[in-house]
Write a protein that binds this ligand. Structure first.
Ligand code: ATP
Ligand code: MG
Length: 391
């Protein structure tokens, strides 16, 4: 078997249910996104569209390519695969070769799919399972377990070629990035907001990260963490602009500290949303996203969220709204943002001793100084764009 006989098959899920024209557009987008990730990581390979999936050819490291593909939104699985002629003998020979690396005593199954007209092959799917299974038993002596195998030999036999693989890398699913418009994401450098950002990306939405620098109430360490978390998720989308909009929030926060006590945090949230709305308008984004989760903090009770959300006309999405912190932490570890985000976020230094948990909009508005949202707009106008691309 030579090197060119290796490819990586990439499978997707939900986009397969779309009309053929929508699916074709999404496939083109996913192809571009995958190629960008491979190029960015200096992995050899050419991503091509073929039947209802994508396939990477000409790679000298199929395992690394499959692992990289499995990080990209829209991908359900990636499999390093051996390509051979669609004959029973060839398929069995490939399975026999692959069985040389079979872990000792690990149970296995053959999962076969023969695709095409009945007379395309002079053997059935069942023949593949029987013959390939016998070959693997011959080489390994391993037990067959059709219900819960430790190793699955996946054989996909098409008219023009057959593909055999033993390793499957699970992807995030979702939709290709760039197919669901743009959203502004408020990124704090805490654990939650990068996960919320990633959830939007996973669903195909381009993100515009906004960090509000709280001056002495935040600090350089918070800004660095916010940038670092964006840098980590940006690795999965190198062909998108994920520069962070850093907004100087010190004046507006100082005004809040000087003028409001119990409802200060809510007004701070309102200010942040209002800043995000200004950026959304400039960037043609359709919505604002936060890492808020119901009841996680006093500013995140249902009543208080209703009050903060009233500050803007844009829809505010909260992908983590019903998630427990333990789940969010698990996901942050999976996507690699956890380590960058384990210090408490700066706005905790703004929190009053007895925060209001059931505020009314009129009371919050009454406590706000007249120029609060003008200051917020000015801060948004004075934002800087900070690159997070790898050096
Ligand atoms: P943590 O893991 O500490 O909860 P967090 O990022 O969720 O981190 P919260 O205090 O819960 O922080 O803030 C709620 C949401 O408000 C965040 O998810 C984020 O979307 C937004 N946010 C908070 N602070 C900032 C900030 N300095 N700049 C931009 N957005 C912020
Ligand atoms: Mg939070």
């Amino acid at each position: 078997m030579n090197e060119s006989a290796h490819v990586v098959l990439v499978g997707y899920g939900e986009m397969g249910t779309k009309s053929s024209s929508v699916r074709a557009k999404m496939e083109v987008r996913l192809r571009e996104n995958l190629q960008a990730v491979l190029d960015d990581r200096s992995l050899s390979g050419r991503v091509e569209r073929e039947w209802s999936r994508l396939l990477v050819r000409d790679t000298d490291d199929p395992e690394a390519v499959a692992a990289a593909c499995a990080e990209v939104p829209g991908v359900v699985w990636a499999r390093p695969s051996v390509v051979c002629d669609p004959t029973l003998d060839e398929i069995v020979a490939v399975c026999r070769d692959l069985a040389a690396d079979h872990p000792a005593d690990a149970s296995f199954a053959i999962d076969e799919d023969r695709v095409g007209p009945k007379d395309a092959h002079d053997f059935s799917g069942r023949d593949i399972a029987r013959e390939a299974g016998s070959a693997v038993v011959e080489v390994t002596g391993a037990p067959v377990d059709l219900d819960d195998p430790e190793v699955t030999y996946r054989v996909e036999c098409r008219e023009d070629a057959a593909y055999v693989s033993v390793r499957r890398f699970d992807g995030p699913g979702g939709l290709p990035l760039g197919t669901q418009g743009k959203a502004v994401v408020l990124i704090s450098g805490g654990i939650d907001s990068p996960v919320a950002a990633w959830e939007m990306m996973r669903r195909g939405c381009e993100i515009v990260p906004v960090y509000v620098d709280l001056g002495d109430y935040g600090g350089a360490d918070h800004r660095a963490r916010a940038l670092e978390t964006v840098r980590t998720i940006a690795r999965r989308a190198p062909n998108f602009d994920l520069r962070v909009h850093v907004v100087p929030g010190d004046d507006v926060v100082q005004r809040l500290m000087d003028t409001i006590e119990d409802t200060r945090m809510l007004s701070l949230r309102r200010v942040m949303l209002s800043i995000a709305a200004t950026v959304a308008e400039d960037e043609h984004a359709h919505s604002i996203v936060t890492g808020e989760s119901l009841g996680q903090k006093s500013s995140q009770t249902g009543e208080n969220i209703a009050v903060t959300e009233a500050a803007v006309d844009y829809p505010v999405h909260r992908p983590l709204f019903t998630r427990d912190k333990t789940d969010i932490v698990t996901e942050a570890r999976e996507i690699g943002t956890y380590d960058d985000s384990t210090l408490p976020v700066g706005c905790e230094r703004v929190a009053p001793s007895f925060p209001e948990t059931n505020a009314s909009l009129s009371a919050v508005q009454a406590a706000e100084p007249d120029d609060l949202f003008e200051l917020a707009a000015e801060a948004a106008r004075n934002r800087r764009l900070v690159s997070v691309s790898q050096d």
